[in-house]
Each structure stands twice: as C-alpha cells, then as structure tokens.
Design a protein around this ligand. Structure first.
Ligand code: SAH
Length: 197
C-alpha cells in the first residue's frame, strides 16, 4: 500500500513490513488491517492510514540513537513502528483505557522497552527532554510551546495543526542551532483532535 504512494525509503519499508498492524487493531476491524485506510481503535480514536504513519515516521529522520516522543499512543502501533528504529521511545496517551490496552499489546508483541505514560501530552515529557524527534498523532489548534522547548537542537517535530473538524496541515518543525524554529507545511491531513484535561 505505501509503495503505491511512492514510498521508497528502504528503512521505512522495512519497519512497516515488520510491525504486525493487525495486532493493534480491535477484533471487529482486524480484517481491514492491511487496507489503505485509517482504522477505528475505540473511544472515537483512529490509527492513521498506513502511508501517513510511514511518511510521518520518515520525516522524523530517526537513527538508532535518537530519542523520540509520541503524543497520542492510541493503539500503540505508531510507537511500535518507532521502536523498530530506536530503543528510545516515549509515548503519552490521554485516554486511560487506551493507554492500558496499548501497554498490554506492546508488551505481548515484544515492545516492552517503550516508555508509556497516561496524561496530557500537551506538556510533553520534560524529565526526559530534549527529544531528537517529536511526533504528534492528534491535531492541535497551535503547536504546544512545551513541545517546542523539548525539541533538541537539530531535532524534528511532525504535528498536524488546524481546526477541530476543518482543514488541518501536517507541519514539520525543526530547531536550528541558534534556537530559532523553522516550520514547513507538508500536506493537508485529517486527524482526531488533541484534547486537554
Ligand atoms: N498513534 C496512534 C493513533 C492515535 S489517534 C496509533 O498508532 O494508534 C490520536 C490519539 O491521541 C488518541 O488515542 C487520543 O486519545 C490521543 N490524544 C488526544 N489528545 C491527547 C493529549 N492531549 N495527550 C495525549 N494523547 C492525546
């Protein structure tokens, strides 16, 4: 499916092929696990379509020593994809039952090294910052300033920004050596909203 979108990055193709997406999808949607579609994971939340997961991961340009933070653990699928590239993965989920379910599935699938937290990801994970990569998998009205603070020099953040049910854009934010920020609009997207506690 992601090759059909022109994805050629061998490392991204390797990790997407490796992670069993069906394990993260609830029973009733499991038959669609390898289709070109986002999938419901309960509580009104979704895993993005495969190409979006692949492209957001690619844009982070991670290496095996990168420290990466995800906001919106959801099913745990994206976290597993990240963990195939680096052992230093941190992920925060605001809906407690999703956090618990992801913890269980990730442990059962061999991803017990991922650091998971239940809470509001708007504030990031300050004790562990800075992060070389930050991936936000829910759409924010603005880029949370704590996440900008927690981005390392040379780090990359990928975040959907826009209206709750309106137009949203995937934004790539990079932190330059002089602490300034560069942001680039990559494409129009549709994500579930980032909610606040
Ligand atoms: N990355 C997930 C998909 C997540 S859908 C996966 O691979 O399955 C977006 C997730 O963001 C939802 O689970 C939602 O509950 C969560 N979310 C929304 N607002 C949040 C916040 N402020 N902090 C942490 N998680 C949040």
């Amino acid at each position: 499916v992601i090759r059909g979108y022109g994805m050629k990055d061998p490392e991204i193709l390797r990790v997407i092929e490796k992670v069993p997406r069906h394990r993260f999808v609830p029973e009733e949607n499991r038959k669609y696990s390898y289709h070109d579609t986002p999938l419901g994971i309960g509580y009104g939340q979704t895993i993005s379509q495969p190409f979006i997961v692949a492209e957001m991961t690619r844009q982070l340009q991670l290496t095996p020593t990168s420290k990466v933070l995800e906001i919106g653990t959801g099913s745990g699928y994206q976290a597993a994809v990240l963990a195939e590239i680096t052992p230093h993965v941190y992920s925060i989920e605001i809906i407690e039952p999703l956090h618990e379910r992801a913890k269980q599935i990730l442990a059962e699938s061999g991803y017990q090294r991922i650091n998971l937290r239940h809470g509001d990801g708007y504030h990031g994970w300050p004790e562990t910052a800075p992060f070389d990569g930050i991936i936000v998998t829910c759409a924010a009205g603005h880029i949370p300033p704590p996440l900008i603070d927690q981005l390392a020099i040379g780090g990359r953040m990928i975040i959907p920004v826009g209206k709750r049910f309106g137009t949203q854009f995937l934004i790539l934010v990079t932190k330059n050596h002089d602490q300034t920020i560069t942001s680039r609009n990559l494409m129009a997207v549709r994500f579930v909203p980032l909610v606040r506690k």
